[in-house]
Design a binder for this molecule. Structure first.
Ligand code: D5M
Ligand code: FE
Ligand code: ZN
Length: 553
């Protein structure tokens, strides 16, 4: 017996691993094939708790940190959660610690399930279903035709002169007033400072001149992007139109902010990036603990203007008991092979394990809260938009959770509908196209570029399209353009740029660009992106107010 024990110890020592006495006993008692154990290089100490998860790619230094904290009597929960999360731990190896159910806990549980307000209600309004089809060049042509046809009606009622198609312009006399609807093929500036737009509809192409003397229109023309559908008024001048007005599809000017008759709450999580070295495990876990009423964050509750809010514990409890919906706007995992040498930035190197950890974490959210998830460019699927719902093949546990609603990117859900209330439409879009507009639109670039999600989101709403310019995202040319913002949402929820924007009311739409749960990466440092991490915006659906809970350490 002593020999066998020494063999085990020697084996692990040769790999710079200290092994606990109990684990040696477990190994010998159960005849475990420890010789096959190929440890992670960071693993320092092996015990019953972590042994069975040795195959997972876990940051063992982090694990050790929690273990030390636990031994010092601190942070017990985090250590336990970490164990839960790394998964694969056989029940028998964990020391059973029965939960002591106090009266207080029982009443807490009852409180949460008490139905003062209707049950959470989520209906899918738009969910892209992937079609297996070989695409050809003509599909791209058809795609733009489809875009034109879908968007044209958005303009018709607004044009004063009656719309004419481009091939009919020759019946007009010089100086006649005309209105056109078309796709922006080209934008050029002349030597003299005029702007020329090449506009195309289903019948032809025409040049449109915007005079440099019309300052207002020149400013408006700076918002134009290639391939978007616009309308304009102008004067006919043979092979050219002198424009005096440009219209974007836009939102209606006045739209009253819709409010729910009942007090319910919706929270927004963006870019968790599970599996990345920089994933903020503790902050994410604290957020889950807070949702479960285990910790209070009244001292870390802010308004959208970043002012500390005086919130009482009772108010916080009330809010949590009425939290019904969580939206997750993509990049659930960091993925694998997303960019060159990503391997070095990964704590978990298998996408299934990454989703597994996300599932383990998010499963801590009580099941009466519905969680809507949709993909981002780091998730395991094609990057071309629309991205279908996250594949079950990679994220089995997650997809099987009872309260998960898995939709495409972009996707739309309606939440909170009752017999007397139509509910809110929530548009989820990861935001891959944002980087392009932050750079190409001079006004946005000069005001802060990628830090100005507010301006980017407003621009795209104005164009009623999530990625109008051909070069702003990769897309699949379907028979229908699925990136048009056909339904004006009540909530426009995005992520990708890892910064928080929360605007309760922009023309009747709440804009939310979620923060991230990943710390700054070397790449982001290089490109000068300062992420805003671990912030959870929560909207009150009765008042449409938004508050921010800040979990950043
Ligand atoms: O994107 C995280 C952030 O990094 C987001 O703000 C965009 C930015 N990013 C990503 N790739 C690029 C490139 N190629 N140029 C500039 N900025 C970029 P994530 O999707 O989480 O990696
Ligand atoms: Fe991201
Ligand atoms: Zn992203």
């Amino acid at each position: 017996m002593q020999d066998k024990k020494e063999k085990v110890i020697d084996h692990f020592l040769s790999k710079d691993i200290l092994i606990s006495e109990e684990l040696i006993d477990t190994i010998l008692k159960n005849n475990i094939q420890y010789e096959l154990f190929d440890p992670h290089s960071d693993l320092l100490f092996l015990n019953d708790d972590n042994y069975s998860s040795f195959e997972k790619n876990i940051d063992w230094k982090e694990f050790e940190k929690f273990k030390v904290l636990e031994e010092k009597g601190k942070n017990k929960d985090t250590y336990k959660q970490f164990l839960d999360v790394i998964g694969g731990i056989e029940e028998k190896l964990i020391e059973a610690k029965p939960e002591v159910i106090t009266e207080e806990k029982i009443s807490e549980k009852e409180n949460i399930s008490k139905k003062e307000t209707p049950e959470s209600n989520v209906e899918i309004v738009f969910n892209y279903v992937e079609k297996a089809k070989k695409r050809e060049v003509k599909d791209f042509v058809n795609y733009y035709r489809a875009r034109f046809k879908q968007m044209e009606p958005m303009f018709r009622s607004r044009l004063s002169n009656g719309v004419i198609s481009i091939n009919k312009l020759n019946i007009k006399s010089i100086n006649d007033k005309v209105s056109l609807i078309g796709l922006v093929n080209q934008i050029k500036e002349t030597k003299n400072g005029h702007v020329i737009i090449e506009l195309e509809d289903l019948t032809g192409v025409i040049n449109v001149l915007i005079s440099k003397n019309n300052a207002e229109l020149i400013t408006l023309s700076k918002e134009l992007v290639l391939d978007e559908v616009i309308a304009l008024d102008g004067t006919y001048g043979k092979d050219i139109i002198f424009s005096d007005n440009i219209y974007f599809a836009d939102l209606s000017l006045i739209k009253e902010l819709k409010k729910s008759p009942v007090e319910e709450y919706m929270a927004f999580i963006g870019d968790p990036h599970i599996g990345a070295n920089e994933f903020l495990f503790e902050e994410f876990q604290n957020m889950l603990d807070w949702i479960n009423g285990k910790i209070s964050m009244v001292d870390k509750t802010f308004s959208v203007d970043n002012e500390a809010l005086k919130v009482s514990i009772e108010e916080e409890k009330n809010m949590l008991s009425k939290l019904k919906y969580i939206m997750v706007s993509g990049d659930l995992i960091d993925g694998v092979g997303i960019y060159p040498n990503q391997e070095a930035d990964l704590k978990i190197k298998d996408v299934r394990d990454q989703y597994e950890v996300f599932a383990k974490l998010i499963s801590q959210v009580p099941t009466h809260i519905k969680i809507v998830i949709s993909a981002g460019n780091h998730d395991s699927m094609r990057i071309a938009e629309p991205q279908p719902p996250i594949y079950k093949e990679y994220a089995k546990t997650l997809c099987e959770l009872p309260n998960i609603i898995n939709i495409s990117n972009p996707g739309i859900v309606n939440i909170g509908k009752t017999e007397i209330f139509e509910g809110f439409n929530v548009l989820l879009y990861h935001g891959y196209s944002f980087v392009y507009y932050a750079d190409v639109i001079e006004d946005i670039r000069s005001k802060g570029g990628l830090t100005r999600a507010d301006l980017i989101m407003q621009l795209l709403l104005k164009k009623r399209h999530l990625a109008p310019a051909h070069g702003s995202t990769l897309y699949i040319p379907d028979e229908k353009d699925n990136l048009i913002i056909t339904t004006v949402p009540d909530f426009f929820v995005t992520g990708h740029i890892h910064r928080l924007t929360a605007i309760p009311n922009y023309k009747g739409v709440s804009l939310l660009n979620c923060s991230t749960w990943m710390g700054e990466t070397d790449f982001q440092e290089k490109v000068g992106l300062k992420p805003q991490v671990a912030k959870l915006p929560i909207a009150n659906l009765r008042t449409r107010e938004i508050r921010i809970i800040d979990f950043e350490k």
